[in-house]
Design a protein around this ligand. Sequence first.
Ligand code: GLU
Length: 390
Amino acid sequence: MDSITALLSGALEEVRPLAEGAPASYIPELAGVDPEALALAVVGPRGRVWSAGDADHEFTIQSMSKPFVLALALVEHGREAVMARVGAEPSGEPFNAISLEAGTGRPANPMINAGAIATTALVPGGSIAERTERIVDLFSRFAGRELRVDESVYASESATGDRNRALAHLLRSYDVIEAPVDLAVESYFRQCSVLVTVRDLAEMAATLAFGGFNPTTRERVVDEHIARDVLSLMASCGMYDFSGEWLLRVGLPAKSGVSGGLLAVAPSQFGVAAFSPRLDGHGNSVRAVAVVEKLAERLGMHLLEPHESVAVPAVSVHSGETGPVVRLSGELGFAGTERVFAVLRELATGLPEGSTVTLDAREIGRMHPAALVALQTEFEGLPLGFRLEQ
Ligand code: GLU
């Protein structure tokens, strides 16, 4: 067993004895699941998959569909049009709360049911089938395999979905949704009933982690700015009324669902997903929360702790026709420029005044604007001529 799989298995076995909570029962089909099922998967930058437990066990995606339908709405309509209909504020209330802005009727955010129904209503298509097809197609590209709806969970959701239907009527009364209620709500029930495994979810999370690029299929699924918007909302609102505490303890954008699944994103590092049906009082899976928290802690993934090394470039010095060439590759962030300056200063001491140094940044994958400003400032302070090749 490789070290990563051993780490995942170890963490999973530690949470296995946790017996608190109960599977969701408000949708009859969800109550029938095996409460002991337990799984964990990670997908890394080159699309490698590591997993432990029941990694091929299928369950419905439920609320974990919400970030991906948000992505679809953003692709179709742009951020301003979407935000005109749904806010970006954590509601601090349960997933099915009627958290609508006074006056406008705008739901607090797209990660609670009201906001998700408003987002689903923005998916183009004249029929439930057409809308569902667009949604499932996008999910499938995120997951790297063809996904499908579990018809019996869908039927069960629809048969017991009066609260969601009521929310949709309310939204329509405020003109937050224009689509007929049935079209919006049935498409929403179908999106919640898509079957996934933790591997699928981890790949979907990884696609968000790499800015909308699926590292397994190597397909660009959505643009980087879309993935960034989705992750921002997952970070602030993804874990129901536990979102603030989750950010404090784990520090990763995440989304949970009442089936017991949870996906979390370590930007530029990996996607992770866990599954265990027993839920706590917030509607989050007890063991999935515990295992992802352990993993994030052990791997040092909290986003708000220092991660300077991710933006330090590789630096090499060559001789060129007009003088030394400093070649950079990788990613250059504000803090990473210190490494470049150290090389430049050392070069400057050995060169006659007035010499020209070329900074070849053509191999830089990403230069942060702050790094460019820092470089310019440093150039101005050195007694050398500079050429920047970008
Ligand atoms: N289908 C569920 C509902 O709207 C999704 C809820 C969830 O996972 O939070 O009731």
